[in-house]
Design a protein around this ligand. Structure first.
Ligand SMILES: Nc1ncnc2c1ncn2[C@@H]1O[C@H](COP(=O)(O)OP(=O)(O)OP(=O)(O)O)[C@@H](O)[C@H]1O
Length: 281
């Protein structure tokens, strides 16, 4: 696989504050990749640098083989961009707005096909201002990809969604990526979203990649210690350990058989993530 995005030693400074402190990342073509992290971690800054909206302070960046600071119109046409805030096109009808934006591209998607793909066929003649939050975000995605991009940037696309809208949105992104081989880079605060959607995720904490990998690799890398609890002479005992089976085995040896009240509590991935974010902050 070849890289859609390569980042080496990326640094960004706003005044005297260093917001990105040496980020290294590779996103492969065809991947759905999430950038996960708490508020202020530097996700939006990173994505804006990749989109060519912001000049970096230091480091090497290539997006589809091009330095974003030197991106041409032809390069830009290969990108789909969905920003955090909604566009203000409230009085346009959904289909007309998409058809209008499609005119700017050489080989856009068919408007009705795309409306169908994002689940907005029934809303095609409705004014944008009358769409629900979830429908509006689907339209944002449609606007982001109407030009048939090779790479789609989504900055917190599901913020404010209810669980059903979020789940439908995940299905849409997965379907589009699989159908058209679009590379997707998405930012989120939500670990469950990253786990569900992404082939790989990088956790950004205070301007550095703390962990990067598949959901399984992430779970192994961020795993916080487990807690082993048991009863000894009727009194509750406990120990925190990264190797609970070893502790359980030693207890079994010591008791010469079953350990009274033995419980092993493993942290959830969410607890482990919060532990990691707390540790790195
Ligand atoms: N234009 C700017 N000038 C000065 N500081 C900025 C600017 N943009 C962002 N920052 C600061 O840089 C840090 C990283 O911000 P950024 O928006 O990249 O983080 P984020 O991970 O996207 O956060 P969030 O999840 O809240 O959107 C924050 O402390 C923010 O206040």
């Amino acid at each position: 696989m070849t890289s859609a995005i390569t980042i080496r030693g990326l640094r960004m400074r706003y005044g005297t504050t260093e917001v990105l402190r040496g980020v290294d990342l590779d996103v492969e073509r065809g991947e759905i990749f999430t950038l996960l992290g708490p508020n202020g971690a530097g996700k939006t800054t990173t994505i804006e640098i990749l989109e060519g909206f912001r000049n970096r302070s230091a480091g090497e960046v290539r997006v589809l083989g091009v330095d974003p600071e030197r991106g041409t119109d032809a390069w830009r046409a290969k990108l789909g961009i969905v920003l955090q805030s909604w566009r203000d096109h409230a009085r346009w009808e959904t289909r007309r707005l998409l058809a209008h934006v499609a005119e700017f591209f050489d080989d856009p998607y068919d408007v009705d096909e795309l409306l169908e793909a994002v689940g907005l066929t029934e809303q095609a003649d409705r004014r944008v201002g009358r769409l629900s939050g979830g429908q509006r975000r689907r339209l944002d995605v449609a606007l982001g990809i109407i030009g048939r991009p090779e790479l789609l940037f989504l900055d917190e696309p599901t913020a404010g969604f209810d669980p059903e809208a979020r789940s439908e949105f995940h299905e849409l992104i997965t379907k589009l990526a699989a159908r058209d081989g679009i590379t997707v880079l998405l930012t989120t605060h939500d670990l469950a979203e990253a786990e569900k959607l992404a082939h790989r995720t990088a956790i950004l904490v205070r301007g550095r990649v703390a962990v990067c990998g598949t959901p399984g690799e992430l779970a192994a890398a961020v795993q916080a210690p487990s807690r082993v609890e048991w009863l000894e002479n009727g009194r509750p005992q406990s120990v925190t350990t990264s190797d609970p089976s070893q502790v359980a085995w030693e207890l079994h040896q010591r008791f010469g058989g079953p350990v009274p009240g033995l419980v092993i509590r493993r942290p959830t991935l969410e607890e482990s993530y919060l532990n990691l974010v707390g540790r790195e902050s």
